[in-house]
Design a protein around this ligand. Structure first.
Ligand SMILES: [Ca+2]
Ligand SMILES: [Ca+2]
Length: 141
């Protein structure tokens, strides 16, 4: 075996491994998309129930994302959870999940929860999971 061939074989292997790793990473990014929790309005103005609290979710990417089966949850207490119906979030678009109000202009989503969800004095953490249960975004305040 000449010296040139002896070095060429491992180099080709390394190149193949790098390409494989790279395409795998790209797939994961595409699946996860660029949907993020962009705001938590935790201090609602509605007396006692704070029904007007909301979590804002934005598609910061360039691809539309269907949110069907995705789950938003207060992971500090473990509840409540909201599971999205089929809803296509366009690039740049935003939806809100209210504590207990219906705002069709922001998607019309609500936990339907009769008490405040987002603690005013001891910050909670919200997390968004895709339909397979993978965590997509997490945010506190
Ligand atoms: Ca609150
Ligand atoms: Ca809470």
């Amino acid at each position: 075996m000449s010296t040139r061939i002896r070095y060429a074989v491992p180099l080709v292997l390394v190149a193949v491994l790098l390409l494989t790793a790279r395409s795998g990473a790209t797939c994961r990014v595409e699946e996860a998309g660029d949907v993020q929790i962009t705001r938590i309005l935790y201090d609602g103005e509605v007396f006692r129930t704070e029904a007007d609290e909301y979590v804002e979710i934005t598609n910061t990417g360039t691809e539309a994302q269907n949110l069907e089966g995705w789950v938003l949850r207060d992971i500090s207490e473990g509840y409540p959870s909201f599971t999205f119906p089929s809803y296509v979030l366009a690039p740049g678009a935003t939806v809100r999940v209210y504590t207990n109000e219906d705002h069709p202009e922001y998607g019309g989503f609500s936990f339907g929860f009769g008490n405040p969800v987002w603690n005013n004095s001891d910050p909670d953490t919200a997390a968004l999971f895709d339909a397979e249960g993978r965590e997509i975004s997490r945010r506190s305040y």
